[in-house]
Write a protein that binds this ligand. Structure first.
Ligand SMILES: NC(=O)c1ccc[n+]([C@@H]2O[C@H](COP(=O)([O-])OP(=O)(O)OC[C@H]3O[C@@H](n4cnc5c(N)ncnc54)[C@H](OP(=O)(O)O)[C@@H]3O)[C@@H](O)[C@H]2O)c1
Length: 198
């Protein structure tokens, strides 16, 4: 398969990339790294990427982030960071990519545990994660040509110790479990699922 991995250099993306490398043709995408550089917040940049790639069978997105901080300090501008980047960046990969992806292809987006198990300071990210999950559920029933879509929802991962203090009581998930969730989505046949890795 020819697989586009957006966020291939990231904490999660690099492990997913390593698991697929050698068995598939991978197009690694990042903001500064990879085979192609894009800014996911820009639909024009996403269109340009698809133009460069040509035909493809799958998109994995392991990119995105949003505002972190106490609710009382979140304003409209701060909240929209996650909407523009983590939510619309990933949604636009699908809205644009649906017209270009090969029949039987798949989209795998990334949400996260905060949609259902919130922590202090994570309200903006929780909302974005829930939106990504719902988008995957709904888009699955409309995508044409047997194209599939799933969202992987990781818990805090073992390779991100710098954020453990923000997740009191959360047990870090192994990278093996996280990578397996992405492989299940891309290589399996499920669609419209939130694949929990926690
Ligand atoms: N880490 C965790 O514990 C955890 C837990 C639950 C959910 N998640 C979610 O999983 C996803 C990946 O997390 P991560 O920790 O692996 O992230 P990360 O280490 O920060 O990596 C982010 C990746 O996204 C790319 N990127 C950054 N800005 C971009 C842009 N504007 N356009 C396109 N690509 C861009 C980066 O490329 P460059 O290196 O080239 O800039 C990098 O490859 C995120 O959605 C995150 O919210 C993470």
């Amino acid at each position: 398969m020819k697989i586009i991995i957006v966020g291939a250099s990231g904490t999660i993306g690099r492990k997913v990339t390593a698991a697929l490398e050698g068995q598939h043709e991978l197009i690694k995408v990042g903001s500064k790294s990879g085979d192609i550089q894009i800014d996911m917040t820009s639909p024009a940049s996403i269109e340009e990427m698809f133009k460069k790639v040509g035909s493809f069978d799958a998109v994995i997105s392991a990119a995105g982030s949003g505002h972190w901080g106490p609710l009382e300090g979140i304003n409209d501008e701060a909240f929209r960071k996650g909407l523009n980047y983590k939510l619309m960046g990933q949604v636009n990969l699908v809205l644009i990519g649906q017209h270009l992806i090969n029949p039987g292809g798949s989209f795998t987006l990334t949400s996260g545990i905060l949609s259902e198990d919130p922590v202090v300071g994570g309200a903006a990210v929780s909302a974005v994660n829930a939106a990504i999950n719902s988008f995957a559920l709904a888009a699955a029933i409309e995508l044409k040509n047997d194209v599939r879509i799933n969202a992987v929802s990781p818990g805090v991962v073992e390779d991100s110790p710098e954020i453990f203090p923000a997740f009191p009581g959360h047990i870090p998930v192994t990278m093996e479990k996280v990578v397996a969730a992405y492989l299940k989505s891309v290589l399996g046949s499920m669609t419209g699922q939130v694949i929990k890795a926690f």
